[in-house]
Design a protein around this ligand. Structure first.
Ligand code: THU
Length: 162
């Protein structure tokens, strides 16, 4: 028997930062500040990520590039790995991500790469509570997703290893 199923998810689109809830404005501002400190001399594509923990603390990260290109790391992973290293058992409530290029205006919300989606999903699966994701370019709208799992349908997690 063949069963066709549809996977869909909801997003919220905000036209501007001022439409975000107060705390989310702060979180995205932290991501913008982190973005401005990115080390991206090879791509000129600066990404900032800010992680909101359940204790209210915000941990920031940005992309760190390397002359040996694959040795660099994306902003999202720098941020979540730092959060995991500093607070090994603290839940993550939300992550804000923003990207800007020195070569053109990024007017679409930043799209986290597949590796970063997988890395964040590890934390979401482990804490068994959704991580909200906020995405923004340099200008333009902001997209809010209720859970990282929405961005990684049929994802791989540790349950497959048991
Ligand atoms: N980058 C991120 O930091 N996050 C992503 O999700 C996509 C890409 C960085 C990696 C590299 O330093 C630059 O953007 C260009 O790919």
């Amino acid at each position: 028997m063949i069963n066709q199923k549809k996977i869909s998810f909801d997003i919220t689109v905000y036209d501007s930062l001022t439409e975000l809830k107060n705390n989310d404005q702060n979180l995205m501002s932290a991501a913008v500040k982190a973005r401005q400190k990115a080390y991206a001399p090879y791509s000129s594509f600066n990404v900032g990520a800010s992680v909101l923990l359940e204790n209210g603390e915000i941990i920031e990260g940005n992309n760190q590039e390397n002359a040996s290109y694959p040795s660099g790391l994306c902003a999202e992973r720098v941020a979540v790995f730092y959060a995991g290293a500093k607070y090994p058992s603290m839940k993550i409530k939300a992550i804000a991500i923003t990207a800007a290029s020195l070569n053109h205006e990024v007017s679409e919300p930043a799209a986290p790469c597949g590796n970063c989606r997988q890395a964040i999903s590890e934390y979401e699966f482990r804490q068994q509570e959704p991580i909200r994701i906020l995405l923004m370019g340099e200008t333009g709208c902001i997209i809010e997703c209720d859970s990282l799992a929405d961005l990684l349908p049929l994802g791989f997690n540790s349950s497959f290893l048991n």
